[in-house]
Design a protein around this ligand. Structure first.
Ligand SMILES: *Cc1c(COP(=O)(O)O)cnc(C)c1O
Length: 437
């Protein structure tokens, strides 16, 4: 399989090049040259298939040319060491719980898959100078999913940069306590400073001649494509529950990687009635649907902070899938936006009427279904994180304590191993080079 850039000026890439580059040299995002429809027999059998079998069929359509079957099966099986159950919340509305992985957020799927693909590529092709070092700047959730995904993976070191004092305790503990091949740098600065350090490293010729640097953010095809897996798994479960085919999927969206993966699943023939892109007040996509004009802007802070994105990187993939036609996009995707006040209200009222606890991101997607669904139709919202990851916010909303799952508590008890650095690039560079010795 070849990968082209949505910028359309960079040369096509092999899987190995696309995964190592992350972003294409023309600034575009890589897309697979073909999105094959899965055979009718797959859709006939899907209700009786296990998640890893379903996911293998999807993975095989993209990676089967490049990765031997037994290796790809192992990568899929190891990635999906947890399920994505479909849970009924109320009549016609179901939650697809994507938070049963090690860091309790959906990013575990992409993070774990990418780690294994990269490791496989390195073992086949060898690597460039030095060790392979994955650099990630994080404002919270990405760092933990990537770090845990790569923990103990041979041949790869991960360096996570995060702004000191600006991530929650739980988030920090999820990546800063791991050790082994994971290093965490607590930067005296903002998230933007962390991102600037990473970008400077990628542009530093001297550093690149001594280390093989790569990035693991959501633009990477190896993180993006496996997110299609759980849309199929949702459908299989819906079929087993006897639900109708024209399901509406509501996706809490920030960088729009999750939603774009759903569009890929639909391209592969998955029956989907409609998609809803649920946003907090950072709603450039909704504005685009309404006006046909895309106007990126600076994001504002909300209580659904993983969706505080003002210029979603995967928007380029959505445009590409629809040949830049806003009319075509509107036929398949609706938008909506919710204020912090509305999010709080939804968390509170769903908890009191059904007992189900939403996280702030899932709450946006839940409201998207409530506002869109006609009677008699079925909607699934993606629950992208466990509510306990936002413990303080949720406890403040409900006015009561919520428990912390054992998996999160284990992180909280471990000692923090971060190294403090200033926001100056030279300090960061010295640190990376010192580790080579
Ligand atoms: C990252 C994240 C999102 C946004 O996902 P995108 O793929 O960037 O749209 C939503 N919810 C949670 C909990 C997240 O961590």
């Amino acid at each position: 399989m070849r990968y082209y850039s949505t910028g359309r000026t960079a040369p096509e890439a092999t899987l190995s090049q696309a995964v190592r580059n992350g972003l294409a040299p023309d600034g575009g995002l890589y897309m697979p040259e073909r999105i094959d429809r899965l055979p009718d027999s797959f859709y006939e059998d899907i209700a009786g298939m296990a998640f890893n079998e379903i996911a293998f069929a999807v993975a095989d359509a993209f990676f089967g040319d490049d990765i031997p079957e037994d290796e790809l099966r192992r990568i899929v099986d190891e990635t999906l060491a947890f399920d994505t159950p479909l849970v009924k919340v109320e009549d016609g509305i179901y939650s697809l719980e994507l938070f049963h992985g090690p860091t309790m957020a959906f990013k575990d799927v992409g993070g774990r898959f990418m780690a294994r693909i990269l490791s496989w590529i390195i073992s086949r092709d060898g690597h460039g100078p030095g060790k392979v070092t994955v650099l990630v700047a994080t404002s919270g959730d990405t760092g933990s999913a990537v770090a845990n995904g790569f923990l103990g993976v041979d041949g790869v070191d991960v360096t996570v940069l995060y702004p000191s004092g600006k991530v929650s305790d739980i988030q920090e503990k999820q990546f800063a306590t791991l050790g082994r091949n994971i290093t965490t740098l607590e930067v005296d600065g903002s998230f933007d400073d962390c991102q600037r350090l990473v970008k400077s490293a990628f542009m530093d010729e001297e550093l690149r001649s001594r280390l093989t640097l790569t990035s693991a953010n959501s633009i990477n095809v190896a993180r993006f494509l496996p997110q299609a897996f759980y849309y199929f798994n949702a459908y299989a479960q819906a079929r087993r529950m006897g639900l109708r085919d024209d399901i509406v999927f509501s996706v809490p969206s920030g960088n729009f990687g999750n939603l774009a993966a759903g569009l890929i699943a639909a391209e592969m023939g998955l029956p989907v009635g409609h998609f809803i892109a649920a946003n907090n007040v950072n709603d450039v996509f909704l504005e685009y649907l309404q006006t046909g004009i895309y106007r990126p802007r600076t994001s504002v802070r909300t209580i659904a902070n993983a969706m505080d994105v003002g210029d979603p990187s995967n928007f380029a993939r959505i445009l590409d899938l629809y040949g830049d036609s806003v009319e075509a996009i509107r036929r398949d995707i609706s938008g909506c936006h919710y204020t912090d006040y509305e999010i709080r209200d939804a968390v509170r009222s769903v908890h009191s009427s059904t007992g189900y606890l939403l996280d702030p991101h899932g709450a946006c997607a839940y409201m998207g279904l409530k506002d869109y669904l006609q009677p008699g139709r079925t909607g699934i919202f993606l629950e992208t994180a466990h509510p306990a990851k936002f413990k303080d916010t949720i406890e403040d909303i409900l006015g009561m304590e919520i428990g912390i799952p054992e998996r999160l508590r284990a992180f909280l008890d471990a000692p923090k191993l971060s190294v403090k650095i200033s926001g100056a690039y030279q300090d960061f560079k010295d640190y990376l080079l010192a580790r080579l010795k």
